[in-house]
Design a protein. Structure first.
Length: 163
């Protein structure tokens, strides 16, 4: 069950959901059921802290990606909402596990930020540049969450194997 939760965490992180929370839950479960108490409640607390940091990073990264390219706060919010809507729509249009959701999320982030900035600036090129910043921030968040999730899983796997 612990390892199923860990694999679920990786899948969720791949589409920018918070798989780190699931792995933190797996660590808590492992602490409860292991004879040695591994990984321990301090490590569960650290995993929860990492999970919270990933959420803060995700919130700030979207705004940063848009702002870095001269976009508005509304475009940052639109990119976030558009990404979530695109993830759902993409999952239905391209029913390949994770792939459709990932493509939909990127397309939705781009489209929503582009529309907001195109309306504000009346210039396609600049709006596209700002929207591309939202997509790049989304990719950066996914890589960060995947890295954090995989790091937590590797720690649990090595520790469980050594105990």
């Amino acid at each position: 069950m612990v390892w199923i939760l860990c694999l679920t965490g990786v899948g969720l992180s791949a589409v920018s959901f918070s798989g780190t929370w699931v792995v933190a839950g797996a660590a808590a479960l492992l602490t409860l059921i292991s004879r040695t108490g591994f990984p321990g409640w301090w490590m569960v607390a650290l995993f929860l802290l990492i999970s919270a940091a990933a959420e803060v990073f995700e919130t700030l990264a979207g705004a940063w990606g848009v702002k870095k390219r001269g976009g508005s706060n509304r475009a940052g919010l639109a990119a976030l909402v558009g990404g979530l809507a695109g993830m759902v729509i993409g999952g239905f249009l391209i029913p390949v596990l994770l792939l459709g959701s990932l493509i939909g999320m990127m397309a939705g982030s781009f489209a929503a930020a582009f529309l907001v900035e195109r309306n504000r600036l009346r210039h396609d090129g600049q709006a596209a540049s700002i929207a591309w910043g939202a997509v790049m921030a989304r990719i950066l968040v996914i890589l960060f969450k995947l890295g954090a999730t995989l790091g937590m899983i590797v720690y649990l796997a090595i520790g469980a194997w050594m105990k």
